[in-house]
Design a protein around this ligand. Structure first.
Ligand code: SDX
Length: 434
């Protein structure tokens, strides 16, 4: 006998049994698929705060505990032991790779890292002051015009190739977006370097002299990529799933995800956090003044990098990045000197907010974006590239969820309903009568 919840409509006295869908971890779900047919109601849930859109094995978050698992592995262990490329294999395939599997996967990703030369000319259509995220949205979407040979979304091999192409080409597109905005020559991938070192070399290398990525920065960025690789059904992943549910081209669906991530309430927050910290550092106002503004409903100012739809505890990723931030600045010494004031203000902001009833009552804690920007800034990565780095990292999460959806027998085209509050039917009037 399956477990159910009885729902009674007190306006008609009619009752129905709604099945309970049980997961392996976290809250179970009330299956409301028969609700409209049996009781004539839609569910109403703006922002989907209490709605599960799908089944998934990819990532688990416990917002109260501050837990994050990629395919069951705690983020703390992956951050300590793994590499971003190994995490890509894990998210895509469901298990950690054996040595040979990782070697083969790494070789395949290296082999796809170049872009079609016509894609290179696509950059020329952008203004030089274009935000690199705008360039990413355009260029990734344009990839759907370059791969016609294998885009049958129901063919597992075609999906695998699309996943590999996206993971391997995102660093090249990201680095070239930076180079184009700076009027510098594009650097081609160097397959002698690791995935993350290769990205730094394409970003900061120049044809006129050799460039060796700083190994401390390579490790710090690899960790940032691991922490941003996936995060369940967040806004951009849900955008990829919804656009992909119509069987659209995967490159176009990922481009839609990049567009959603760009928003300041989502992936765009890391850029906003640094602007906020810089404003505080250079302001004659105190940190307490800024916290007071964040609490003031009449002031649009919010503490960027604080709060989360799911985490009602400290974001585990923020904990890891906070320590990494501290260690990196200590290791950099004078090199990181102009970042230390930002880190000091961030820790002061965190301390004050965590003692303030407004933040405590609303369970507002630092999220992944609160400290990540300080590390990227210390590495010399410009502000407008922060969300590009987030998009680079999240590509594997997006494509893993897209791939899972395309194999899910329950998957259907996403088509939510609405609570209509507009005019009932009315008759057209001629312009003379208006
Ligand atoms: C990411 O979904 C994911 O998993 C996303 C992400 C991922 O990896 O994919 O984790 C990445 O996007 C992290 C979030 C980055 N965004 C920011 O840091 C922007 C600042 N944070 C907020 O805008 C907000 O907290 C959100 C958008 C993150 C969450 O918004 P919710 O869940 O819709 O919560 P809400 O806006 O309804 O806020 C609840 C209350 C409100 O107060 P009341 O109206 O109840 O009095 O908390 C207040 C809000 O005003 N509040 C804040 C605040 N965040 C929420 N007040 C001051 N500063 C803030 N940052």
């Amino acid at each position: 006998m399956s477990k159910t919840v009885t729902l009674t409509d007190n306006t008609t006295g009619k009752s129905i049994e709604l099945p309970i869908q049980e997961g392996s971890h976290g809250p179970n779900c009330l299956d409301v698929r028969t609700l409209y047919k049996e009781l004539g109601y839609f569910t109403y849930d703006p922002g989907f705060m209490s709605t599960a859109s799908c089944r998934s094995d990819v990532t688990f978050i416990d917002g109260d505990e501050g837990t994050l698992l990629y395919r069951g592995y705690p983020i703390e262990q992956l951050a300590e032991e793994s590499t971003y490329l190994e995490v890509c294999y894990l998210l895509l395939n469901g298990d950690l790779p054996a040595a040979d599997d990782l070697h083969d996967f790494s070789r395949i990703i290296k082999e796809h890292s170049m872009l079609h030369e016509a894609v290179r000319r696509f950059f020329d259509g952008f203004r030089h002051d274009a935000h690199p995220m705008a360039i990413m949205v355009g260029v990734v979407g344009a990839l759907s015009a370059f791969y016609h040979d294998n885009v049958d979304v129901h063919n597992p091999e075609h999906r695998r190739i699309a996943a590999h192409r996206l993971i391997s080409k995102m660093p090249t597109i990201a680095a070239w977006s930076y180079k184009y905005a700076n009027g510098q020559p594009f650097m081609y991938p160097d397959n002698n370097l690791s995935y993350t070192a290769n990205f730094l070399a394409m970003m900061f290398g120049v044809p006129s002299e050799p460039y060796q990525p700083n190994p401390v920065f390579v490790r710090a960025l690899d960790l940032i990529l691991i922490l941003h690789a996936d995060h369940e059904q967040n806004a951009s992943t849900s955008t990829v799933r919804l656009s992909g549910s119509s069987e659209a081209n995967p490159f176009a669906a990922i481009s839609a995800g990049i567009a959603s991530l760009w928003g300041p309430l989502h992936g765009g927050a890391n850029e906003k956090v640094i602007r906020m910290l810089e404003e505080i550092v250079h302001s004659d106002k105190s940190v307490e003044d800024f916290v007071a503004r964040a609490k003031d409903k009449n002031d649009s100012f919010r503490l960027m990098g604080f709060g989360h739809r799911v985490y009602k505890n400290y974001d585990p990723r923020a904990k890891i990045i906070r320590k990494m931030c501290h260690d990196l600045l200590a290791e950099m010494g004078d090199m990181g000197a102009d970042n230390q004031p930002l880190f000091d203000v961030a820790m002061e902001l965190e301390r004050i907010a965590m003692e303030d009833d407004y933040f405590i009552e609303r369970k507002l804690y630092p999220n992944v974006d609160f400290y990540s920007g300080i590390i990227l800034r210390a590495m010399g990565i410009p502000l407008n590239m922060f969300t590009v780095i987030f998009a680079l990292a999240r590509t594997v999460g997006w494509i893993s969820h897209w791939n899972e959806m395309m194999q899910d027998p329950e998957s259907r085209i996403g088509r939510p309903r609405q609570l209509y509050t507009g005019y009932r039917s009315r008759d057209y009037t001629s312009i003379e009568e208006r």
